[in-house]
Design a protein around this ligand. Structure first.
Ligand code: AMP
Length: 193
């Protein structure tokens, strides 16, 4: 199992680069944001709960998020070959839960691809995306809250994964192909090892 966490602030390019990662490494992709938006669209109980948090730019509580992730992992046989975790973990408790979940399956996080982009560029990108995405959280007020949440709750994971020895810092600015070139250069030696 080759497991990658694609990590970075909202607007750092996680979704875009996940598509390139799927194409190159053929791994199973789990975007927790997409999973939640699908529940909202289908009007499930979970979707109703998630909608309130997402509109406010807040994180879904850890316990709920971890159980959703475990369910997605268990119900998809393709996840056994390896997973691109996109948008998860977002807190230290989620990272610890992921470590345990993978250990139970005899696996680890092999690499964390950390897309590093400054806030001014992120805001610019998210406002542009909001004009097309129709996402309830791509407006200036919610974007600022999501960046605060990122800096307070999610960015400490960078140090956590540096400590685990698997963090790969990637400059997330430039063309999509340039950025993917940097990602592949960091992952290829691990993937082919
Ligand atoms: P994303 O599509 O990854 O930007 O996620 C959109 C929103 O979904 C976030 O702002 C959170 O409200 C929620 N969300 C997605 N993933 C998580 C997670 N791992 N933990 C908590 N909330 C999440």
């Amino acid at each position: 199992m080759f497991n990658i966490v694609i990590f970075g602030a909202p607007g750092s390019g996680k979704g875009t680069q996940s598509e390139n990662l799927i194409a190159k490494y053929g791994l199973f992709h789990i975007s927790t944001g997409d999973v939640l938006r699908d529940h909202i669209k289908r009007g499930t109980e979970l979707g109703k709960i998630a909608d309130g948090y997402i509109k406010q730019g807040q994180l879904i509580p850890d316990e709920l998020m971890v159980s959703i992730l475990a369910q997605v992992l268990d119900s998809n046989a393709e996840a056994k070959k390896g997973v691109i975790f996109d948008g998860f973990p977002r807190t230290i408790p989620q990272a610890k839960a992921l470590k345990t979940m993978l250990a139970e399956r005899g696996a680890v996080v092999n690499a964390v691809v950390g897309l590093e982009v400054d806030d001014a560029e992120l805001i610019d990108r998210l406002i542009k995306r909001g004009k097309e995405s129709g996402r309830s959280d791509d407006n200036l007020e919610t974007i600022k809250k999501r960046l605060d949440v990122y800096h307070n709750q999610t960015s400490p994971l960078r140090d956590f994964y540096i400590g685990e020895g698997c963090y790969k810092a990637i400059e997330g600015v430039g063309s999509i192909d340039e950025i993917f070139g940097r990602i592949a250069a960091a992952l290829d030696p691990l993937y082919n090892a």
